[in-house]
Design a protein around this ligand. Structure first.
Ligand code: PLP
Length: 436
């Protein structure tokens, strides 16, 4: 039995290690179990999961079909390394994902951040194989979140999350974000789109022969809160990338897998990015699984060169994660969850807009499908985010939780926002309850 010790400052330290928590000293409830859209804590309190955990538990909790698939695969084999064995589960997952998204190649990872890194590496490899190894500069939005690893953070326009690692990061986050509420300054959609695309062209000009690609969230999520671009923006950006021969990488870790009422959010604007990053809803909270969808051109260049992508992660493409993600895809298709996200999204949006009419603290409601955001302000006319930044977000998140509703904090460092993003399985009655 380990003994308690005394620290150098004389404090008694209990035996064993203590868990490092996100916020030291903050009291959070302990989770007990989940059923459908509800989560229960160990004191028996019930919460409506209005944000699918972290926009992840897209099928709700304890889904019997997914649990069955997980259990059946766990009994066969949970892990085999892809350098040693191919796995039928991973092959089947790639085939199904390709059929549902229109991409011919899939690389499997475990988290959104890993998949973002992989998309960057595949792009760098693409350039290297084509004899242009100096193309190494990416461009991304100044309000954005692309992951906690160094590549993902380099892309991210999220001051709080960047701060501690700043010394190791690139400043890829240069592009004016398609965030009309704070950046359009009275311009209409067409004028704002023009401004955004012109600025992107300037940034790419400055990168010159070092430009490697553009990375965007089609709808911005964790930084800023469901930032929805003007119609026409993503098409114009894709056109600019095409003109310059630069890969467009869509980070759909949050927006993919049907969340916005389309399988991929880019499909709202008929855009087919060269690479698409998926995560979160792929394993839907049942297993950590993520992926990069890759177009022919990228893989053709690699196939004609070294013909290998050996830079992966130990657990990537493991049979258990693949079996779970395959069952998730099956559920999305057989239960019509993409259409449900679109339908219930309309109901949620109408309800949130009604709420905004009654509450001055809501500056804007935005989003697509079941990815809705509320911009919170201390003064609606001045669009003031209140001080300090983040305080309104925290207050709203905790106030909702105390009333049995979970929402996701999404401050981008310059604003206050929360995400309302219930599971794609949510019913009309559950949306009514959430709104209540
Ligand atoms: N990209 C986007 C758009 C995200 O929203 C996130 C997480 O919130 C990530 C990447 C990172 O994913 P993960 O936390 O699974 O590493």
């Amino acid at each position: 039995m380990p003994q308690a010790t005394t620290t150098r400052s004389g404090r008694m330290q209990p035996a064993g290690s203590r868990l490092i928590k996100f916020f030291f000293g903050e009291e959070l409830p302990f989770v007990s179990h989940g059923r459908g859209v509800f989560v229960y804590d160990t004191d028996g309190r019930r919460y409506l999961d209005g944000c699918s955990g972290a926009v992840t538990a897209n099928l709700g909790h304890s889904d019997p079909e997914i649990l069955r698939a997980l259990h059946e695969q766990a009994e066969r084999i949970t892990f085999a390394h892809r350098g040693t064995f191919h796995s039928e589960q991973s092959e089947a997952l790639a085939e199904r994902l390709g059929a549902m998204t229109g991409y011919p190649y899939v690389f499997l990872c475990n988290s959104g951040s890993e998949a973002v890194e992989t998309a960057l590496r595949l792009t760098l490899q693409y350039w290297r194989e084509r004899g242009e190894p100096n193309r190494s500069q990416f461009a991304s939005h100044a309000v954005s979140y692309h992951g906690a690893t160094l590549g993902g953070l380099s892309l991210s326009g999220h001051p709080q999350r960047r701060r501690v690692a700043e010394a190791l990061l690139h400043e890829f986050n240069e592009l004016t974000p398609p965030y009309a509420y704070r950046f359009a300054e009275g311009r209409d959609d067409a004028e704002f789109t023009e401004l955004l695309v012109n600025h992107t062209a300037e940034v790419l000009d400055a990168h010159g022969p070092a430009a490697a690609g553009v990375v965007v969230e089609p709808v911005g999520g964790a930084a800023g809160g469901a930032i929805t671009p003007p119609d026409g923006y993503l098409q114009a950006l894709a056109g600019l990338c095409r003109e310059r021969g630069l890969p467009l990488i869509a980070d759909e870790v949050m927006t993919g897998m049907g969340r916005t009422g389309m399988m991929l959010a880019s499909q709202h604007w008929d855009v087919r990015p060269d690479l698409v990053v998926l995560g979160k809803g792929m394993g839907a909270g049942y297993a950590p699984v993520s992926a990069v969808l890759v177009s022919e051109e990228i893989i053709d260049a690699i196939a004609a060169g070294t013909a290998s992508v050996t830079n992966g992660h130990t657990y990537g493409g493991n049979p258990l994660g693949s079996a779970v993600a395959l069952a998730v895809l099956e559920a999305i298709e057989s239960r019509g969850l993409v259409a449900n996200a679109a339908e219930r999204g309309k109901q949620l949006r109408a309800g949130l807009e009604a709420l905004a009419r009654r509450h001055e603290v809501i500056g804007e409601v935005r989003g697509l499908g079941l990815l809705q955001g509320l911009e919170l302000v201390s003064d609606r006319v001045a669009r003031s985010p209140g001080a300090p930044i983040g305080s309104l977000t925290r207050a709203a998140t905790f106030a909702a939780r105390d009333q049995g509703l979970l929402v996701y904090p999404a401050t981008g460092g310059i604003n206050n926002a929360i995400l309302v993003a219930p599971p794609l399985t949510v019913t009309a009655e559950e949306i009514d309850l959430l709104l209540e």
